[in-house]
Design a protein around this ligand. Structure first.
Ligand SMILES: [Zn+2]
Length: 241
């Protein structure tokens, strides 16, 4: 990070690395200066986002993870030293101000509780706040289209395996288009980091579907025990002139 330009975290919820690799992402392919396989610190959103924002891993020190009294500087606090204003835009019901109290200068949560059109609402809000001549800006945007049930749809979605993976890959392609919309809004030099907060299991080679670690009502195990839940991706883009 140069710390002289705006920084955007564009987070696609629940996208594991092999799903990202197989999805059609023409904009990312064209714009990326770096694409990496990377690893999340957790299997679900809340601890993973805490790690990203606070720079700590969920198990150590556990006590401080969900507490307001944290020993370390958060990313927005650190960036404040370089005159960044920090913003969060979220469609995820656990990435909300209540759990990230006082960390961002502005926290905007999409209260509609549906993924239908939520990327557009996030982008509209981002665009309203974006001021070419204002302070340096650090924005974290968490998009839910890639989280099941993918666009809030369909009963027709296959319950398991490759068919359901295709639904998610379509959602990845959709968010790739939305990323280009953000790219077109921001200033030259802006650094965009595209990544996921954790992976997903698809009930094919994996025993269950989802990423909820809790034991199911019918006694089936929760989504744990697969590295696919931690294998994610990171893309770096710098807007050129
Ligand atoms: Zn998540």
């Amino acid at each position: 990070m140069s710390l002289k330009n705006d920084i955007i975290f564009f987070v696609m919820d629940s996208v594991r690395y092999d799903q990202f690799e197989k999805a059609r992402t023409p904009n990312i392919n064209e714009l990326a200066i770096e694409i990496q396989k990377s690893y999340s610190t957790s299997t679900w959103t809340l601890p993973s986002m805490h790690s990203i924002i606070r720079g700590i891993i969920p198990s150590i020190p556990k006590k401080t993870l969900f507490s307001e009294h944290v020993l370390y500087k958060t990313l927005p606090e650190k960036l404040k030293e370089y005159d960044y204003e920090s913003y969060a835009y979220s469609a995820n019901p656990v990435f909300i101000e209540k759990y990230f109290k006082g960390i961002f200068d502005k926290f905007w949560y999409d209260h509609t509780k549906t993924t239908v059109d939520s990327a557009n609402r996030l982008i509209r809000q981002f665009s309203n706040d974006y001021n070419e001549n204002g302070e340096l800006k650090f924005a974290v945007m968490l998009f839910m289209e890639t989280h099941h049930p993918y666009f809030g749809k369909p009963k027709s979605m296959p319950r398991t395996g490759e068919g359901r993976k295709e639904f998610q890959r379509d959602a990845i392609t959709y968010l790739d288009e939305k990323l280009k919309e953000i790219y077109d809004i921001v200033k030259i030099g802006t650094e965009l980091y595209v990544f996921s907060d954790h992976g997903e299991l698809f009930n094919d080679e994996d025993i269950v579907f989802g990423h909820d670690p809790r034991v199911r009502k019918d006694g089936r195990p929760g989504a744990i025990g697969s590295m696919k839940l931690m294998e994610v991706f990171t893309v770096k883009i710098i807007k050129g002139g």
